[in-house]
Design a protein around this ligand. Sequence first.
Ligand code: HEM
Length: 195
Amino acid sequence: MLYISLNQTGKAESVERLFHFVGGIAGPWTVTGTKSVIGESLRAVERLAIVGGGTDLPQGGDWVLRGVVSNERYVTHQEREALRATQAGLGREHSVLAALIPIRKSPAWWALAQDERRIIVEEQSRHIHMGMKYLPAIARRLHHCRDLGEPFDFLTWFEYAAADASAFEELVGLLRLTEEWKYVDREVDVRLIRA
Ligand code: HEM
């Protein structure tokens, strides 16, 4: 699933949106831990492959989670500019560690209006403000999957260097204490190292 996006210089380019996360015995990422934070866990697997598009999925997968990179819902113009100026892309050579954190939010969350959700995400929880402090050390990609009928609403993916592992733990710990996380009713934390 390709779409036309404007890059940072305003030029149109074709970008892959759909990603499959295949947990099984194949892929460049070795799984070092799988735990439930809340709700049902995922089956522990040996390896993870991330496949852009929908074809040629590796064989022997125990589970496949799908997500789509989408437009932002909550950032203000100013926040978006600040993020673009600081964030790093995936696939950096020194980013040998990664986390896949699939998250589902409760019916109470989805019953809220957009402006109410923004207040919880940022004015109350400081998700964007706090997260920004960990850039560019942590590279991230957010995938939406609620409208695909998947078991999670989001697949969050992070890559970082071994030297930034404790900073990442700190951020995850802080986010889990926020008002926003009171609406998380399923969360699995999968940690990986590049083979
Ligand atoms: C590394 C620093 C981080 C930054 C800069 C960051 C930034 C953001 C931003 C800007 C959004 C909103 C996108 C939009 O406008 O739609 C967002 C959404 C989200 N982030 Fe983070 N984040 C970070 C870390 C994390 C971590 C560690 C987790 C998981 C433990 C996480 C989970 C999520 C989820 C689930 C959403 C979707 C929320 C929703 O739409 O309801 N983020 N993040």
